[in-house]
Design a protein around this ligand. Structure first.
Ligand SMILES: Nc1ncnc2c1ncn2[C@@H]1O[C@H](COP(=O)(O)OP(=O)(O)OP(=O)(O)O)[C@@H](O)[C@H]1O
Length: 586
């Protein structure tokens, strides 16, 4: 028994093609059907019944047009100049946008002339990594904070859905390759990455006024919670390794110092902590008083008193990145400004030993004054090796005025929430303009170890809160100067058998030796003064006699001076001699 549908199609067939369903040489729709739909007649007839002839034709035409378009587009993409391709793409987008009820918002990684990575992009990245990584199918994995957890971000071209107050939105991650470089360059081709948000136009208000703010706020919070803090350097050696056009290279910042482990006067410590907290929570205050949100700290004191350690403690306390600026590696003031622009907010910019970094009187200073290759003998031996200064300008042209502008010029305000730290052993050597309040707002002296500082170190190194030997340490510390670095070294166990008593005895012995040396130095100094006094008295008696007395005094003075120097060397090593002098000077 035939089905009514089949009958109907057969009837149609009779009407349109008198030659019958399978007869050869048919033309028109039936012929076309034979060609396109091979197979049993019944199936073909069934399809013909489901799809009216005009619709089938339409789909077929569209299919082949689409295939041709794709083919032509592939050829265009390969051979057509980049500019023309961009032009076509742009106008195609405009055309399709007219018929679509959706709005698209792009958030680019770099805005402007690639000066700085957009914070909005970074925030969206963090937001999407948390909120959509469960629904996305293609993800990138990176090591997060402390290299312990894995942070997932969505892969390029991946599309994810998000929902906010019942409104559905779509995010895609994209990138555009920039035009190929005309000149030969070692740098890889730059890509411009961006996120695109798509939503229905009826939700424009919710998205623009509320959703985007929500994404940025949450993204920033996630970032500050999760991010691995970094230690940056501008040293050229590292720059070539990274092969990037950025001026900074970085590694993960993993210094364990904290204010708890810092040996210093507790009052001073509290004062610094309060200052840091006040600064980091005063965004609105700085805006109100019309001042850039930054603060300068000058850390000064003898070597080994904890200046570098304090920078690490500050960074850990505030969760900031650290930019260690090597001033002698900066070519000129323009490069200094570029470095500043590339720093991010929530960071500490450090210039260590500022007095040695540069001749800040405006004169230039050779960075490598004694390059081995500049030695004539070496040059003769290695004639093929180019002299370093023949291909590389080793002179830093950074001037004092360039540095002053770096600290509080117009450009210093970009980024915000930044701390600038200078360290020095000789604060008195610095130009007053450089360290005046407003540039270096807070001057912190890090000095010799006090008993409270010792207690912190004893807790750190020996896990001791108190001990009977502490009294001896307290007594000696009130009489002699010793740096926290020296105390730490004496408290450090040197073998598995070193217990707390042994370490404390070692420290007491070092302090006693230091006391003896200081006493000997004092005696030598007193006898020098006496000799000078005697010489002066002799001079009053007679001119001739004075000459003789002076001659006697000079060798004495020299001898005493040498003895003093020798004793000081014995006490603290060569550097500490300078340290003592600098501290006293300060
Ligand atoms: N105040 C301190 N608290 C805890 N440890 C300290 C302190 N000062 C120094 N140390 C210890 O001594 C070592 C040297 O300290 P640090 O490098 O911070 O001194 P510095 O003042 O920066 O010296 P320099 O002026 O030579 O750079 C550190 O590794 C640290 O362990």
């Amino acid at each position: 028994m035939n089905s009514p549908m089949l009958n109907l199609s057969q009837e149609k067939e009779k009407q349109t093609d008198p030659k019958g369903p399978s007869s050869p040489g048919r033309s028109g729709y039936r012929g076309w059907l034979d060609q396109r739909l091979p197979g049993p007649t019944t199936v073909r007839m069934l399809m013909a019944t489901i799809m009216p002839p005009t619709m089938m034709e339409m789909w077929a035409t569209m299919g082949s047009a689409l295939a041709s378009f794709m083919f032509i587009w592939a050829i265009i993409r390969q051979y057509c100049p980049y500019e023309l391709r961009r032009y076509v793409e742009k106008h195609t987008h405009h055309l399709t946008a007219c018929f679509q009820p959706y709005i698209k918002i792009s958030i680019h990684e770099y805005t402007g002339d690639r000066l700085r990575r957009s914070e909005a992009y970074a925030a969206v990245e963090a937001y999407l990594s948390k909120n959509t990584s469960k629904s996305a199918r293609r993800l990138k994995a990176e090591l997060g904070k402390d290299s312990n957890n894995v942070v997932l971000t969505i892969e390029e071209s991946e599309r994810v859905t998000d929902e906010y107050r019942g409104v559905k939105v779509w995010w895609t991650s994209n990138k555009i390759a920039s035009p190929p470089q005309r000149s030969l360059t070692y740098y890889p081709e730059q890509e411009k990455r961006f996120y695109r948000l798509t939503f229905h136009k009826k939700h424009r208000e919710v998205i623009a006024e509320s959703y985007l703010k929500h994404v940025i706020k949450e993204g920033k919070e996630i970032r500050s919670r999760n991010r691995q803090r970094k230690l940056y350097t501008n040293s050229p050696g590292y720059k070539w390794l990274s092969m990037k056009s950025t001026m900074w290279s970085h590694i993960a910042f993993e210094h364990p110092a904290t204010f708890d482990t810092m040996a210093m006067d507790p009052e001073k410590k509290r004062d610094i902590l309060e200052d840091l907290v006040t600064f980091s929570t005063s965004k609105d205050f700085y805006a109100r008083i019309g001042k850039a949100w930054k603060r300068g700290y000058l850390l000064y004191g003898p070597p080994g008193t904890g200046k570098s350690t304090m920078i690490a403690a500050m960074a850990n306390f505030l969760h900031y990145d650290v930019y260690d600026l090597e001033l002698t590696a900066v070519k000129d003031n323009t490069d200094l400004r570029k470095l500043l622009i590339e720093t991010t907010s929530k960071s500490i910019i450090v210039i260590e030993d500022i007095d040695c970094s540069l001749d800040l009187t405006g004169q230039r200073k050779k960075k490598d004054e004694k390059l081995p290759l500049e030695d004539d003998n070496v040059d003769k031996l290695n004639k093929d090796v180019p002299r370093k200064d023949s291909y590389e300008d080793t002179t830093s042209r950074v001037t004092l005025s360039g540095l002053l502008n770096f600290i509080d010029g117009l450009w210093s305000a970009c980024g915000g929430e930044r701390i600038i730290v200078f360290t020095t052993n000789y604060a008195e050597k610095l130009d007053p303009a450089l360290i005046r309040r407003g540039r270096m707002d807070k001057h912190i002296e890090l000095s010799y170890c006090c008993f409270e500082g010792f207690k912190v170190l004893a807790k750190n190194y020996l896990s001791l809160e108190t001990h009977p030997m502490f009294d001896a340490v307290r007594g000696l510390m009130s009489e002699v100067k010793i740096t926290p670095a020296d105390v730490a070294e004496n408290l450090m166990p040197k073998s598995p058998n070193d217990d707390a008593e042994k370490c404390l005895s070692r420290l007491i012995q070092a302090l006693e030796e230091a006391k003896e040396t200081a006493a000997a130095a004092k005696r030598a100094s007193e006898s020098r003064d006496e000799a000078v006094e005697e010489g002066a008295q002799g001079g009053a008696e007679s001119r001739d006699g004075a000459g003789a007395a002076k001659e006697d005094a000079v060798p004495d003075e020299r001898l005493i001076g040498n003895e003093l120097q020798h004793l000081q060397h014995h006490l603290h090593g060569k550097t500490d001699y300078h340290a003592t002098r600098s501290h006293d000077d300060l």
